[in-house]
Design a protein around this ligand. Structure first.
Ligand code: DAK
Length: 254
């Protein structure tokens, strides 16, 4: 089951299927999509994504469900997973994965699709699909090299080896290791940016995201466009005036 709750200024999406280490059936993936959209319509200032229990964030796609499916169904399944995780890119609020244990296969890909990633000390990240005769199908081969470089990504994808929290931090796969583990740490982390205007955060996220897709000269043009749009917002007027007035800015997300 996938649950979306609200905790102070945050939406929290929790994967609750501890009996199968929070493995993702296609039904659960669809439900994740609905919850992401719901979070985008809510008043939340960030979405925190995590798994129930202390053992797993998510152990990946449900291997038992993947068996003996037709090719067309598999193709549809890959497109569904990719489309649902890509909703996080366009979500009007940033997302933070709180990886609290195993993040394997589709679980690792879900974390990769979030804007930022936190690891608890027992977190382990891996793309073990080759061990099943498969390759990642929910964006892992595309997002991992963009985050950690093709050499490290190829090593993880080709060996299927899992990395622990320290190694994940060292390679840039996660932003921070949180201690003590738990939602409070994720909320404290999200508060480092959630007070900023959502429009500015959205333009900033889009600019950085696009940097990974386009040549430098085109990326610079995108930055000029988006920074000009940001300049046109009420929040930019307010932010600059607050600086001059020596007071805290009161952003309206407009
Ligand atoms: N799927 C289904 N059940 C899972 C599961 C999974 N991914 N991971 C764990 N479980 C279940 C186990 O079967 C077990 O259930 P029972 O046997 O008790 O009924 C229960 O969760 C507890 O697991 P273990 O007994 O194995 O627990 P351990 O502590 O011993 O081991 C583990 C933990 C995480 C090391 C181990 O469970 C494990 O290796 N799990 C599988 C991890 C994995 O390989 N994940 C990647 C899955 S592939 C696509 C193409 C590709 C993909 C998807 C779509 N398309 C083209 C559509 C691939 C995606 C993947 O994610």
């Amino acid at each position: 089951m996938i649950e979306l709750t609200h905790d102070e200024e945050f939406a929290v999406l929790t994967i609750r299927r501890p009996g199968a280490l929070n493995a993702l059936s296609f039904e659960l993936i669809e439900r994740i999509g609905e919850c992401i959209k719901e979070a985008g319509r809510s008043r939340a200032r960030a979405l925190i994504v995590t798994g129930e229990g202390e053992k797993a964030f998510c152990a990946g796609a449900d291997i038992k469900e993947l068996q003996r499916r037709g090719l067309a169904a598999q193709r549809e399944g890959a497109e569904l997973g990719q489309a649902v995780f890509a909703l996080l890119d366009r979500l009007p609020i940033p997302s933070v994965a709180l990886v609290n244990g195993y993040a394997f296969g589709g679980g690792c890909e879900l974390a990769l699709a979030c804007t930022l990633r936190l690891a608890t000390p027992n977190a382990r990240f891996g793309l073990p699909e080759v061990k099943l005769g498969l390759i990642p199908g929910y964006g892992g081969t595309q997002r991992l090299p963009r985050l950690v470089g093709s050499g490290r990504a190829l090593e993880m994808v080709m060996t299927g080896r899992a990395v622990n929290a320290e190694e994940a931090l060292a390679m840039g796969l996660v932003n921070r290791i949180v201690q003590p583990p738990g939602l409070a740490a994720a909320k404290a982390y999200a508060r480092e940016f959630s007070g900023h205007g959502l429009r500015a955060l959205q333009f900033a996220r889009e600019a950085v995201q696009r940097a990974l897709d386009v040549p430098l000269h085109e990326g610079l043009r995108i930055e000029a466009d988006l920074s000009t749009l940001a300049y046109r917002t009420h929040d930019a007027e307010e932010g600059m005036q607050a600086f001059v007035d020596k007071r805290k800015a009161e952003f309206r997300d407009e």
